[in-house]
Design a protein around this ligand. Structure first.
Ligand SMILES: CC(C)(COP(=O)(O)OP(=O)(O)OC[C@H]1O[C@@H](n2cnc3c(N)ncnc32)[C@H](O)[C@@H]1OP(=O)(O)O)[C@@H](O)C(=O)NCCC(=O)NCCS
Length: 175
């Protein structure tokens, strides 16, 4: 069972009990401004269920991000398999409740998930797909060391591909 710990956060698999807390994030129009629409409660439920299936199928997915001190669910972060330009890519994604924006939580969670992907799963390349207007998300990608590769049309919108690569011979890398 995955459990990642950072200085301030715990990252663990989604449970169905997380749905109400996650829904306060996904139903918010400002948070979801770069998505087709804020989620209905049913859509949040299916988002969680889809990730529970991803754990079985891929061995990873989006996970719940909690504050270590209180256990409060403040978002999600994780690794999602995507088809990008006809090839399999592993995307590092993140969503944080807006009351907690700009405290460095997405960056802290993304670093833990990035390191898990490179060091435990031995993924060679991780990507983030980000619409050009999503400046906070671009900033997170930059802060975790990803670089912009190009712009592509995916999910009916232009997105930048930001990518980061596993450093062979780095700490935890036994390959
Ligand atoms: C993207 C998101 C997860 C970032 O979460 P967060 O916890 O606030 O991120 P962090 O605090 O780690 O870093 C945010 C950075 O963006 C910067 N930022 C915030 N608003 C900004 C803006 N309008 N323009 C430029 N930079 C901005 C912050 O200053 C910070 O950078 P800094 O550390 O250099 O000052 C959050 O904004 C979110 O949930 N957005 C909605 C969901 C989403 O779009 N997810 C990404 C899909 S690709």
């Amino acid at each position: 069972m995955l459990k990642l710990e950072t200085e301030r956060l715990t990252i663990r698999p989604f449970t169905k009990e997380d749905i109400p807390a996650l829904h306060t994030i996904f139903s918010d129009p400002e948070t979801m401004q770069h998505y087709p629409a804020p989620f209905s409660y049913e859509k949040t439920k299916s988002w969680v269920e889809k990730n529970l299936q991803r754990y079985q199928k891929d061995g990873h997915g989006l996970w719940t991000v909690c504050l270590k001190e209180t256990g409060e669910v403040i978002g999600d972060c994780g690794l999602v398999t995507q088809q990008v330009e006809g090839k399999k890519g592993i995307e590092l994604g993140y969503h944080i409740h807006k009351k907690h924006w700009s405290k460095g939580y997405a960056t802290e969670a993304a670093i833990a998930c990035r390191d898990y992907g490179f060091q435990q799963l031995k993924v060679d390349r991780l990507i983030s797909l980000i619409v050009p207007k999503n400046k906070p998300s671009i900033r997170v990608a930059e802060k975790i060391g990803f670089n912009k590769e190009k712009e592509i049309l995916i999910f009916y919108k232009y997105h930048y591909i930001y990518a980061g690569f596993r450093q062979h011979g780095s700490k935890g890398d036994t390959s």
